[in-house]
Design a protein around this ligand. Structure first.
Ligand SMILES: Cc1cc2nc3c(=O)[nH]c(=O)nc-3n(C[C@H](O)[C@H](O)[C@H](O)COP(=O)(O)OP(=O)(O)OC[C@H]3O[C@@H](n4cnc5c(N)ncnc54)[C@H](O)[C@@H]3O)c2cc1C
Length: 491
């Protein structure tokens, strides 16, 4: 009996276990086990939506046992504390799990770079983080609404997001959008709320071209964010955040940390070659450099593909590309055949700035398209659906579509409340589709006439021309002459 253990039930771990289950479907001599410290898979890419009250808490997690129901994968809920690579055993507090092949899929965690006061900051890297942050923000508004002390209200209603990369921008945008709703609910003036986005870089989303950066910044400001760029956090306190060694202090009870990540605790503990803030160095087959029976997927990988200068990005697409390669290579180890090398091509990234606006760069190396607004949001949802179909299946897609488009609160979607079944304009949707269709159909019918003669552009009768008038009056006098001749004959 060969034992394969997948450690971690995030995007990479779930997809690897699914691919392995398919490959060894009829093989009773292979046992596949997925271990995660949580009983559910979390859609990390949607955390900010829960943290800022856009979608229901339950919409971003899925029970791991449900995902693998009916598949040849044992799901175990336990936190692994160490790995003995010589004995090929994983250990948790109370149990040991033997393996022949191990897949490391344990993802990342936020890092504070040793900045003092991290215990006062809110993180955004798990389901619990998102739910806690949401309740904290609600509490800040609740407390502020109960006090008339101006200074205290200001402190309670100041929110600082640290980090202007993907996660920070998504969180700051979402908060800007939620603010309006919160102010209405707690009877607080929007002028009293201060939102800051802080980063030591000079601009937000530095991986994007300037045009997209400007659009992103403009929208963040429109949502009420003050940009504090070129500023490093020196200390976080219970009631303030200190920037640039004391140059600036912002009084606040809410610091949201989105400024950097490092490898998971378990990767930190185990003895394997690491690089790039706690990632496991692999060869092209995605085996750990030190142990060929240990494979690595998703955010845990440190691998620089041939011809590239940087390691693969810690993004969902990397998780999705690495999973089938590792499943194939383990299959080959057991059944024989050729290993595959990891040669990923990445297709860009999309960032939501609230539910109604976003920026995106999509395409492939050498051919990138920049989108903003509607097209960026459309591509974000489209790509999410592709990811989720693979990892979580059609059931999750249904619930994703429902919470993103049909159960929208306060019009917080790029299609507004148009599709929301709780919105009074829901009935207008089929009407709009009908009117749009008729408009297009009429346009297409008239187009050939315009192409034939551009004077038809307004589709109005042409003005009479001078010679045409002469010809017409000649014809009329002929008719009158003929009629009067006939009348004379009759008389
Ligand atoms: C707020 C936010 C927004 C993001 N937005 C995007 C985006 O728009 N696009 C994009 O491509 N990427 C985005 N990312 C990054 C993306 O989520 C990650 O790249 C992806 O989740 C990596 O998948 P993974 O399976 O490697 O790790 P994870 O999804 O982190 O899964 C790791 C799993 O391992 C488990 N685990 C860890 N340690 C142990 C242990 N010791 N014992 C047992 N189980 C353990 C964890 O519980 C977890 O389930 C975002 C991330 C965040 C936090």
């Amino acid at each position: 009996m060969k034992k394969i253990v997948v450690l971690g039930g995030g995007y990479a771990g779930v997809l690897t276990a699914k691919k392995l289950a398919k490959k060894f479907k009829k093989d009773k001599n292979v046992e596949i086990t997925l271990i995660d410290k949580q009983a559910y898979h979390t859609m990390l890419t949607e955390l900010h939506e829960v943290a800022a009250g856009r979608v229901d808490e339950e919409s971003i997690r899925m029970d791991l046992k449900n995902i693998f129901a009916g598949r040849n994968v044992n799901v175990v809920i336990d936190e692994i504390k160490n790995v003995d690579f010589d004995k090929k055993v994983l250990t948790s507090e109370n149990t040991e799990y033997a393996y022949d092949y191990l897949v490391m899929a344990t993802g990342c965690k936020p890092t504070f770079f040793g900045i003092p006061g991290s215990e006062h900051a809110h993180q955004l890297w798990s389901y619990t983080d998102a739910v806690n942050l949401k309740h904290h923000i609600l509490n800040m508004f609740r407390e502020a609404s109960l006090t008339s002390d101006k200074e205290k209200r200001k402190e309670l209603l100041t929110f600082v997001t640290v980090g202007a990369g993907f996660t920070g921008v998504e969180m700051a945008g979402e908060l800007g959008e939620w603010k309006e709703e919160l102010c209405r609910s707690f009877h607080i003036s929007e002028d009293e709320v201060s939102l800051y986005i802080v980063d030591f870089a000079p601009k937000v989303l530095p991986m994007y071209p300037d045009k997209l950066i400007k659009k992103a910044e403009k929208h963040l400001v429109k949502l009420g964010n003050q940009m504090v760029m070129n500023s490093a956090v020196s200390e976080i306190k219970a009631d303030s955040v200190v920037l640039n060694k004391g140059e600036k202090v912002i009084n606040t009870r809410t610091v949201i940390w989105a400024a950097g990540i490092e490898g998971s605790d378990i990767v930190d503990t185990i003895e394997v070659e690491k690089a790039g803030r706690g990632r496991i160095v692999t060869n092209a087959q995605l085996q750990s450099q030190d142990h060929e029976d240990v494979y690595v997927v998703g955010d845990n990988i440190f691998f620089i593909p041939e011809g590239e200068e940087r390691p693969v990005p810690q993004m969902v697409e990397n998780a999705e590309h690495s999973a089938p390669v590792v499943a194939h290579n383990i299959f080959v180890d057991i059944k024989g055949g050729e290993h595959k090398a990891y040669k990923p091509t990445f297709h860009g990234s999309m960032v939501c700035i609230g539910g109604r606006y976003g920026v995106a760069q999509v395409g492939m190396p050498g051919m990138w398209l920049n989108f903003s607004g509607f097209m960026a949001m459309l591509s974000k949802h489209f790509i999410n659906i592709i990811y989720f179909i693979q990892v979580l299946g059609f059931n999750k897609i249904w619930s994703y579509i429902m919470h993103e488009f049909f159960h929208v609160k306060n019009n917080r979607s790029f299609v507004g409340g148009l599709l929301s079944n709780s919105s009074p304009v829901f009935w207008k949707f089929p009407l709009r589709i009908f009117v749009g269709f008729m408009w297009m159909q009429q346009g297409l019918t008239k187009l050939p006439k315009i192409v034939h003669d551009f004077n038809n552009v307004f589709l109005l009768p042409q003005p009479p021309k001078a010679d045409a008038v002469g010809a017409a009056s000649g014809a009329v006098s002929d008719v009158v002459g003929a009629v009067s001749g006939a009348v004379t004959e009759v008389v």
